[in-house]
Design a protein around this ligand. Sequence first.
Ligand code: DX5
Ligand code: ZN
Length: 215
Amino acid sequence: MALIAPSLLSADFTQLQSAAKMLNESQADWFHLDVMDGVFVPNLTFGMPVIKALRPHSTKVFDVHLMIVQPERYIDAFKDAGADILTVHLEASTHLHRSLTAIRQAGMKSGIALNPHSRVDQIFDVLENTDVVCLMSVNPGFGGQSFIERTYAKVEALKNEIVRQGLETLIEIDGGVSDKNASKLIASGADVLVAGNFVFGSSNPTQTIADLKAL
Ligand code: DX5
Ligand code: ZN
């Protein structure tokens, strides 16, 4: 059974409070919040003010995925906004070890996200500093894209290394997750499934979350 992290990106942005309420009443574990800066990825979403506004309306873990350059500039700001997990991209962090340490020191769980082109062995030397590895199974920037099949092999290789090092780092999959790939991802070693379009685009999001949770 995986943790389920619906992504706000695919929700109706005029109804954020009702999205939070729906998740509160669902079996979702985390609330995945995609922050984009128009530089690291070719899209803009929302930042600290929106997360801070949502915080009192949600009972879920706030899983904040930063798709921004120089994410270390905003670690304390996202803590203040209500982030529980703060994930920075390998490709956006020159001093990744320092950023991960600073995230933990700020009182949050630390996360690293990897673009599809990045090899998992690039983060083996900082796994002990990492609570969550977010493997991107699409190119970040947009919801509703097709799942990249190569992801399964990356999950297996990463899981083997986490076990080898005796760690409890979680593996999160982000992008194109649906009932077509969720079971195989879990079997490969995934611990957390992000789902945007599959949840918020369905006719009954609460049931869709329950269905993913039951796998
Ligand atoms: C993409 C974001 C994802 C996105 C996933 O850049 O990081 O979290 O919301 O959306 P789906 O599940 O629709 O691919
Ligand atoms: Zn994301």
